[in-house]
Design a protein around this ligand. Structure first.
Ligand SMILES: Nc1ncnc2c1ncn2[C@@H]1O[C@H](COP(=O)(O)OP(=O)(O)OP(=O)(O)O)[C@@H](O)[C@H]1O
Ligand SMILES: [Mg+2]
Length: 446
């Protein structure tokens, strides 16, 4: 049967402009679906679906930069939307958030955004009050947003959960509340609610200080494996194919060698590889004279194949050389001061110590950028690269010295110290509004 025009538009694949996203995680937006260029994670995806199926909660843990966020955003979520968790169906509603400086407020905002029929601020306040006032808040909210009889399951993705341990948290009670909400949800999962959490392995230690959270993590952990060499080969060579591109075998081998887990894991391997591939792709597109109409899978094939060559990779200094070269591009220093785009790479912009934004603090605290800073130019470029990848939009990242990073990343965690103190005093509930006042929210869990 012929599809209507509307159906064809809805189901047309939304190819991204480039086969490689560069430094940032893969993502799905209204116009670009990067699950179409995502490879190497089928086994991990199946494992996570199995955990969601059995416990409705999964903690996706792994070393910094190993691909946790990408795996969930363009691996697991599209699989759920394709109906692969059969008993839940395919009509998912998805709330995605990061703890940031107000973990529960940010969760409430993400959940409220699902209610398109009401005033966003009102709903957000109501959800916030429910989440703050009852540790079964997730169950209560699910009853409203995804009642048990309804066909739309609700998925919450809490990305970069390690932020709850950061000193940027302005309301420590919210960090503690988020932990308690997760623990209560694990003890009693709502049939129509599923929860996925990503966290760097470095922060498992801090979780151990909260025994119930540790129990929940033990029962629901998925340890994200570093991509194997065979998987790295496919993530290099497969994405360009529909874009009429080819990666020389020799180049694939060289990158696999430079990033291999056999030489020891580095949190920079995967992002550096992505950055180099994205740069090589743009470079090859320009060399073919196609900058104005880069090849796309959904457009007429160009007259020339886009070739990513080993010679060009070597000529530009491999993974690190390409990073440095990009950082040295004319005009970049000025841009670094003014626009800090996610995924961009910028040169150092001074080493003066300046006031540091709270967001900058936590993300540096939660990454390994400090270890990359050092005397060599390459090292400081690396530092910038890590900073930029992890600090999109932070106004302060470029003005900080390596020493500052190092000192801060060693600083004992202040917000969770406060949370622990609050816990001892039993002072969790900071909501001024009682549950009964929450219009539209059921008061009692069944
Ligand atoms: N399967 C994959 N194939 C190719 N590149 C990948 C893959 N997964 C992730 N990447 C790339 O690796 C880098 C890190 O990815 P991502 O941000 O998802 O990792 P992460 O583990 O969430 O990092 P962090 O610890 O900083 O939160 C990004 O450049 C991303 O584009
Ligand atoms: Mg991540």
């Amino acid at each position: 049967m012929l599809q209507s025009l509307d159906d064809q538009i809805v189901f047309a694949p939304r190819w991204p402009a480039s086969p490689f996203p560069g430094l940032r995680p893969f993502r799905v937006t209204a116009t670009e679906d990067e699950s179409l260029i995502f490879y190497g994670r089928n086994r991990a995806k199946d494992e996570i679906l199995a955990r969601l199926n059995s416990s409705h909660l999964v903690f996706v843990v792994g070393p910094s930069g190993c691909g946790k966020s990408s795996l969930l955003k363009v691996g697991v979520i599209p699989a759920l939307e394709a109906g692969l968790l059969t008993h839940a169906g395919a009509n998912w509603r998805i709330a995605e958030m990061r703890p940031g400086d107000r973990p529960v407020r940010n969760l409430a905002c993400a959940l409220a955004a699902l209610r398109t029929d009401a005033d966003g601020n009102d709903v957000s306040d109501q959800v916030y009050d429910v989440l703050c006032s009852d540790e079964n808040g997730l169950w209560l909210v699910a009853e409203t947003l995804a009642p048990r009889a309804a066909p739309n399951p609700l998925l919450i993705l809490i990305d970069q959960f390690e932020e709850v341990f950061g000193s940027q948290i302005v309301a420590p009670s919210e960090a503690k509340s988020l932990l308690e909400l997760i623990v209560a949800f694990w003890a009693k999962a709502h049939p129509n609610l599923f929860l996925m959490v990503t966290m760097r392995t470095d922060f498992l230690e801090q979780c151990a200080n909260f025994p119930k959270l540790a129990d929940a993590i033990n029962a629901t952990l998925f340890m994200t494996p570093v991509l194997r060499d065979s998987e790295i080969k496919s993530v290099i060579s497969m994405p360009p194919e529909p874009y009429h591109g080819v990666v020389e075998d020799k180049l694939v081998e060289a990158i696999v060698k430079d990033t291999s887990s056999e030489i020891g894991y580095s949190p920079d391997h995967l992002p550096l590889m992505q950055h180099a591939l994205s740069w090589l792709w743009n470079n090859a597109v320009s060399a073919a004279g196609l900058s104005n109409s880069p090849p796309r899978p959904d457009a007429i094939a160009p007259s020339k194949i886009i070739m990513l060559t080993h010679d060009r990779y070597v000529a530009h200094g491999g993974l690190k050389g390409i990073l440095n070269e990009h950082a040295d591009a004319p005009g970049r220093t000025e841009r670094a001061r003014t626009t800090h785009r996610p995924g961009g790479v910028y040169p150092p912009v001074g080493t003066r110590r300046e006031p540091i934004s709270p967001v900058a603090n936590v993300r540096h605290g939660s990454c390994n950028a400090c270890r990359l800073w050092g005397s060599g130019a390459g090292k400081s470029r690396f530092g910038i690269f890590r900073s930029e990848r992890l600090l999109p939009g932070s106004p302060a990242f470029g003005a900080r010295s390596g020493r500052t990073h190092r000192r801060e990343s060693r600083k004992p965690d202040s917000s969770m110290g406060q949370v622990a103190r609050l816990g001892r005093r039993g002072g969790r509930k900071d909501s001024k509004i009682s549950r009964a006042r929450c219009v539209g929210m059921p008061v009692a869990a069944s």
